[in-house]
Design a protein around this ligand. Structure first.
Ligand SMILES: Cc1cc2nc3c(=O)[nH]c(=O)nc-3n(C[C@H](O)[C@H](O)[C@H](O)COP(=O)(O)O)c2cc1C
Length: 145
């Protein structure tokens, strides 16, 4: 079982979330943890599952540095790929966590199989948030066992 966890993080929150998730999953599967700027969307079919961790920028947008990966997703056949999306953003903005929604739609449009509800975390993840992250991880594992 092989899982790609790819993240985009400006001030470190989503990096922390992605690392927590990767460590949690490593007990149960082989995990590649990659920054989204280094990740290749075309490699996703090599994995059983992909998890995207993203912040939201601008006026409810996918971060600029994540755009290439985001757009490439539509050129990849994700028919056999399970996926989940999560991320820290901020409720101080009107379009709270909208990039999580965009990635969820994009991966669904690319025929991926969503195996957990997308998780939005407000700013710094607390203990309860990390439990939600782990629960998402459990659903990913269960889907590929
Ligand atoms: C200029 C700017 C614009 C932002 N726009 C949004 C937004 O539209 N919606 C939202 O939910 N969060 C928005 N955020 C909040 C970030 O997504 C949030 O701080 C996130 O936790 C950053 O994650 P990181 O620490 O991994 O970089 C914005 C932050 C900045 C600095």
């Amino acid at each position: 079982m092989k899982i790609l966890v790819t993240y985009i993080s400006m001030s470190g929150r989503n990096e922390k979330i992605a690392k927590h998730l990767a460590t949690y999953l490593e007990n149960k599967a082989e995990v590649d943890l990659e920054q989204m700027v280094d990740a290749d969307a075309y490699s996703i079919p090599e994995y059983d599952a992909v998890v995207v961790v993203t912040y939201t920028y601008g006026d409810g947008q996918v971060p600029d540095e994540a755009q290439d990966f985001y757009e490439d997703l539509l050129d990849v056949d994700l028919e056999k790929t399970k996926f989940a999306v999560l991320g820290s953003s901020s409720k101080t903005h009107i379009h709270y966590g909208r990039a999580v929604d965009y990635f969820t739609m994009q991966l669904n449009s690319a025929n991926g199989d969503q195996v957990a509800d997308s998780v939005k975390i407000n700013e710094d993840p607390d203990e309860d948030d990390m439990k939600r992250v782990e629960r998402l991880g459990d659903y990913v594992i269960k889907s590929i066992e």
